[in-house]
Design a protein around this ligand. Structure first.
Ligand code: ATP
Ligand code: MG
Length: 285
């Protein structure tokens, strides 16, 4: 993605050619980036996801809401390829990607963020970013004489990009700290920063505001909106805090008992009787 060159969130100057090709891509692209069609997934005899269907508009933030056990995390896991559906389809950018494994989906720009695991906590903040996926052109080069030099240049570009991303996320001063020593909110920002390194088209977030203090909720939401506006990232976000959903999300999908109850703005869903009753009853009719 040319618009992500250098990994800067701030609006870096773009060449006319890059802007032109981006405009052509946007003019010809369908407004739908992701389609989820009648997804079904059982765990034992329990239908965790049962006919879930919705679409995600390109360059927007879609909220996925619903009571506990509605099937939100399972839906995100199905989209991300972590588990396979019994039936139904996931279509990314017009291509059927149902059942593809996570790294194949990541190569197509569909990324799911994960909490910083124990292994990554023992690495510095900068190492966390350097360890994220990258363009491996050095490995494709057959000429062994040039391989080392190309590889080093690539490493340098990767490092510069990582430092730029850390600066954008306010983590530059922490670059040599162990990730495990960051605060809860800073870890959340690091997860987003790592995702930016992978240049996602679609980013799936499962409760990104959970367990962080209210001031950092604002910081995280601002970064998410900046990634949409400046990097063209599309988001699907599971979130229980409906005020955050109302403030951040362009569209909202409400689930209960494994299927989609309604879609619309948060204001529309607040006025939707089926959605209100699902929250009161857990989704039982
Ligand atoms: N690995 C699993 N094995 C067995 N049952 C599961 C598994 N994962 C989810 N379930 C069940 O599937 C249903 C949907 O769970 P899921 O975690 O997708 O809901 P959720 O909407 O994300 O809930 P929450 O808001 O609590 O995170 C629940 O009944 C849950 O108990
Ligand atoms: Mg969940």
């Amino acid at each position: 993605m040319t618009e992500m060159a250098g990994g800067r969130l701030a609006s870096a100057p773009q060449s006319t050619e890059a802007v032109g090709s981006k405009q052509i891509r946007e003019a010809t692209a369908s407004p739908v980036l992701l389609g989820v069609d009648k997804l079904v997934r059982y765990f034992g005899g329990v239908a965790a996801v049962d006919g879930c269907t919705f679409e995600i508009t390109r360059n927007s933030i879609t909220g996925l809401i619903g009571p506990n056990g509605a099937g939100k995390t399972t839906t995100v896991n199905l989209i991300a390829g972590a588990i396979k559906p019994k039936s139904g389809r996931v279509v990314l950018d017009g291509e059927d990607v149902t059942g593809l494994v996570p790294h194949r989906l990541a190569a197509k720009g569909l990324i799911r963020t994960f909490q910083i695991s124990r292994e990554y906590k023992a690495m510095t903040v900068l190492e966390n970013l350097m360890a994220s996926p990258r363009d491996q052109s050095g490995e494709k080069l057959l000429n062994v004489f040039f391989r080392g030099r190309v590889y080093r240049a690539e490493e340098r570009r990767h490092l510069e990009k990582a430092l730029g991303v850390l600066a954008d996320f306010g983590l530059y001063a922490k670059r040599n700290d162990y990730a495990g020593n960051l605060s809860g909110g800073q870890k959340r920002l690091l997860e987003l920063a790592r995702a930016v390194m992978a240049e996602p088209k679609l980013l799936l977030l499962d409760e990104p505001m959970a367990g962080i203090n209210p001031a950092l909720v604002d910081v995280v939401t601002e970064h998410i909106m900046a990634m949409r506006d400046n990097l063209g990232v599309t988001f699907l976000i599971i979130e229980h805090n409906l005020e955050v959903v109302e403030r951040v999300c362009d569209h909202v999908v409400a689930m209960a008992l494994g299927s989609t109850l309604a879609t619309g703005s948060m204001a529309e869903l607040r006025a939707n009787e089926a959605v209100v009753s699902a929250y009161l009853t857990g989704g039982e009719a």
